[in-house]
Design a protein around this ligand. Structure first.
Ligand code: FMN
Length: 203
């Protein structure tokens, strides 16, 4: 083969390699991400953010996590709505928690097996997680997945909420939890981002 033929062959080969790399890179952006430090292509975890919220505080955190991670947002909704009257809902919650009669849910996550990382959001109700979250954890298998709890609360703080999520997900890897007073959470959503960086979910 002459020198000029070799050069043409080299150029054609390089063009093919280039095209191949481009196609692969485009494909990579769909399912994977490039690690900014190592520049290696790493598989992005599939993320679910499942939460229950009665008055909107836990929802605000859930939506912030969704914006930061691009994960799938799932609102846990009880089949029978709680009373809109505060005193009545407090009594309804007490009854469910004391009798361990966990409420039926309106909807479930059919493809739970697809997720690698599941954020679980709950308000503190009577020092534990709101009952719809208990139902969710009892009816979805999170074994082998990473679980990141996020809690909003009143003056009672985190109480048993995070421990209760851990006991209901014994075969999952528990990541550090996020907790914030419900009254302040919407004004301090930047703390959500600090937490996401700490647990290695965002940069
Ligand atoms: C039925 C009920 C029970 C509650 N029990 C507690 C509690 O035991 N301790 C506490 O710190 N806050 C308690 N709270 C306050 C909520 O945890 C707090 O307002 C939370 O941010 C509400 O989240 P949400 O807006 O997502 O529903 C309770 C609220 C309700 C409605």
């Amino acid at each position: 083969m002459s020198k000029s033929q070799l050069i043409v062959l080299g150029v054609v080969a390089l063009a093919f390699v280039g095209l191949g790399t481009k196609a692969w890179a485009q494909n990579a952006t769909a399912k994977n991400a490039v690690d900014p430090k190592s520049k290696e292509v790493v598989q992005k975890p599939k993320i679910l953010i499942a939460y229950y919220s009665y008055s909107g505080n836990t929802r605000a955190v859930a939506e912030e996590i969704q914006k930061a991670t691009g994960g799938d947002l799932f609102e846990i909704v009880p089949a029978r709505a709680y009373s809109s009257d505060y005193k009545t809902v407090v009594a309804e919650a007490k009854e469910e928690i004391q009798s361990k009669k966990w409420p039926a849910l309106k909807n479930n996550v059919a493809n739970i097996a697809d997720y690698d990382l599941v954020f679980i959001g709950a308000p503190n109700w009577w020092s534990t997680i709101a009952p719809p979250v208990t139902t969710f954890l009892k009816s979805h298998d999170l074994a082998g997945k990473k679980v990141a709890p996020f809690i909003t609360h009143g003056s009672g703080g985190v109480a048993r909420t995070v421990d209760d999520i851990k006991s209901l997900t014994p075969k999952s890897t528990a990541l550090d939890a996020f907790a914030a007073p419900g009254k302040e959470v919407k004004k301090s959503l930047n703390k959500v981002h600090t937490w996401l960086r700490k647990i290695g979910v965002s940069q």
